[in-house]
Each structure stands twice: as structure tokens, then as C-alpha cells.
Design a protein around this ligand. Structure first.
Ligand code: SAM
Length: 329
């Protein structure tokens, strides 16, 4: 990770990112990634609520939209290449006369990003260490053409690079939406609402009185706000696993995430199911879709009195789970 490479190449990198520099770091998700520069003047740009909470708890200044000018920008590469280009372009735009450091793991595609960068900028020495690479270039280059534009989808939906399923509706959510339209009423939450594909399907039910769209990713929340405009709808930029509904819910709808910080993690889906059970009224129902290989049945049986598989394909399964077992909210 970046802290290993910074430590290894401190002499080269400290001329750009040192104690006298104002530094902005894009996409730090966890404190240990940047442990070597914590004593410097850093601002982290991060929009994923659980990461924001962790970084803030460590005393780090965290923002979602960067403003002002910095002496150095460090971009920790995300997995999505269009998002990587967008972050690098943002980094160049906020450094007046300094350096941009681009750092990433091999399995996040650092080699191909550095190869593409080389065609656009004079890249300094490339440091290879700890299954990744790190390189720097001067902010005098113009990379404005790497800034991403909103992505236009059918039905008037707009998304942005880096959000879940940015280029088309997720097929699992398309399957789930068929079980959402016409069936819901009362107070409904969309857990992990993303850019709002399911939120809109929930709102299509005229007997629904309130919809809470809960989503951890800041850019997704902004997209969801653009895609779903309705007086019944409230947005929560928050971590579902700790979120508390203002009032008990009649329905929870979800296509839960199964990755934490880029790594497969079915425990997150389990935490989403428990959060649904905690926030539902005694007669409430959870309607969810999951990849067929993910093992959610035991948790569903443990947290709900009735569990049925409503539908499925060879890839996905749709569950309806009703009447949460008594657990403390
Ligand atoms: C599988 S996607 C589904 C998105 C959307 N409902 C759809 O159908 O397109 C899961 C969503 O959960 C969000 N997410 C991940 N961890 C979360 C958490 N702890 N709390 C809230 N949302 C989270 C992700 O950002 C992503 O948008």
C-alpha cells in the first residue's frame, strides 16, 4: 500500500509531500494506507461513509468535494479506470505549482494507468514496492480531458464514473424490481440505494407514503437525488449497518453489496439483513436479491420468522423474509 512505498522512497517523495506542504489525498479508504504522512498537513477527499467515519475518528480532515489549492496531490488508485482518470484530473486541477503522486496496487491496474499517463505527462521515477507502484509528475500538465462527464442511461437516469453499475442497471436489481412494483405500501427503505434504480421502482407504488434511500457512497447519493425526485423521498448518506430509521419500516428493499474496500465480503450482506430486521416493524417484510452463490439463507432464517425464495435465475435469487424475530434496535 501507499504507506509502504512512501516509507521505502521517502527521500524521493518527501520533496513533494513533506511537513511544509499542504497535501490533498484522493481516495484514502483506511488510515493505514496513509499512516506515513499522518503528521503532515493533509486533507483527504473521500465519499464512502464508513471510510469517512474511520478517517475522521483518527483526527484526519476529510472532505467530499475538494476546494482551494494544494502543494501536492496524492491519488490512491481506485479499481475503476475511468474513475482513476477523473481523480487524476481533479488532482491536477487543485495543485497550482507542485506535484501529483499516483499510487496503486498492481491488481488495481496501476501499470496500465501509468502507461496511459506516460503518453500525457513527463512521468518521474517509478517506484515499485509491495505489489504496487508509485510515480509523480508536475501539475503544470493539462489533464482536463480526463475529467469524467455524467453518464446518460435510458429512462432519464444519470450516473457517474465509479458508482455501482454506472453503465447500465444491474441485472439483479432489474429482477428484484419486478417484485417491488405494485406490492409495496407504507414506509419503505432502499438499503444501498446506489443511483436510484430500485428507489424509482419503489416510488412507483402509489400506496407508499415514505421512502428512505440509504446509501454510503456520496456520489451515488447525488446521482440518486438527481434521478428520483418525489416529496415522499428522503436521502441518507450513511452506513446501513449502523443506520437507524426515524420510524419502524413496513418494507426494506435491497440488493446488498458484497465487497468491502474492493475485497469480496459476504459479511456485509449479513450485516444488511440484520439492519433490515432491526428497522422493520413486527409485521414488516424484507425483499432482497443476491447472487445465487452467496450464503444468506441461515442469516435470513435466524432473523425472520418466514423466509421464501420468490424468484430466481441460475445467477440470482430473490427472497421475501417477513416478521423479524425480536432483536434489540
Ligand atoms: C449492489 S449495489 C446496489 C445499488 C442499487 N440499489 C442498485 O440496485 O443499482 C450496493 C450499494 O450499496 C452501497 N453500500 C456499500 N456499503 C454500504 C454501507 N455500509 N451502507 C450503505 N450503503 C452501502 C454501495 O455503494 C452500492 O451502491
Amino acid at each position: 500500500m501507499f504507506s509502504d512505498r512512501f516509507n521505502y522512497a521517502r527521500a524521493e517523495l518527501a520533496q513533494f509531500a513533506g511537513p511544509n506542504n499542504k497535501i490533498v489525498v484522493f481516495n484514502a479508504q483506511a488510515v493505514d494506507q496513509i499512516s506515513e504522512i499522518l503528521d503532515m498537513d493533509i486533507t483527504v477527499v473521500q465519499g464512502f461513509a464508513p471510510s469517512v467515519n474511520m478517517l475522521k475518528a483518527a483526527g484526519i480532515n476529510v472532505v467530499q468535494d475538494v476546494s482551494g489549492k494544494f502543494d501536492c496531490a496524492i491519488v490512491l488508485l481506485p479499481k475503476s479506470k475511468p474513475q482513476a482518470r477523473d481523480l487524476i484530473a481533479q488532482a491536477v486541477a487543485c495543485v497550482e505549482n507542485g506535484a501529483i503522486i499516483v499510487d496503486g496496487q498492481k491488481n488495481d491496474g496501476i501499470d496500465s494507468v501509468l502507461k496511459e499517463l506516460k503518453k500525457n505527462v513527463d512521468l518521474g521515477v517509478v517506484i515499485s514496492k509491495a505489489h504496487g507502484k508509485c510515480a509523480s509528475f508536475s501539475s503544470a500538465h493539462d489533464l482536463a480531458h480526463w475529467r469524467a462527464k455524467p453518464i446518460e442511461l435510458s429512462d432519464g437516469f444519470q450516473t457517474y464514473v465509479g458508482v455501482f453499475s454506472a453503465d447500465e442497471a444491474d441485472p439483479a436489481s432489474v429482477l428484484l424490481a419486478q417484485h417491488v412494483k405494485g406490492h409495496l405500501k407504507g414506509r419503505v427503505a432502499d438499503f444501498g440505494a446506489g443511483w436510484g434504480y430500485l428507489t424509482r421502482a419503489i416510488l412507483a407504488n402509489e400506496n407508499v407514503t415514505d421512502v428512505y434511500a440509504v446509501e454510503a457512497d456520496y456520489t451515488s447519493v447525488q446521482a440518486c437525488q438527481m434521478n428520483c425526485v418525489d416529496d415522499r423521498l428522503k436521502f441518507y448518506w450513511d452506513d446501513v449497518t449502523t443506520w437507524k430509521s426515524p420510524k419502524l419500516l413496513d418494507f426494506v428493499v435491497m440488493n446488498p453489496p458484497f465487497h468491502t474496500l474492493g475485497a469480496a465480503d459476504p459479511k456485509l450482506g449479513v450485516a444488511f439483513i440484520k439492519a433490515a430486521a432491526r428497522n422493520l416493524a413486527p409485521s414488516g417484510q424484507l425483499i432482497m436479491v443476491a447472487n445465487r452463490h452467496l450464503p444468506y439463507e441461515t442469516t435470513l432464517q435466524d432473523t425472520f420468522q418466514t423466509v421464501n425464495e420468490l424468484d430466481g435465475t441460475n445467477k440470482f435469487k430473490v427472497f421475501m423474509a417477513a416478521r423479524p424475530r425480536k432483536i434489540r434496535r
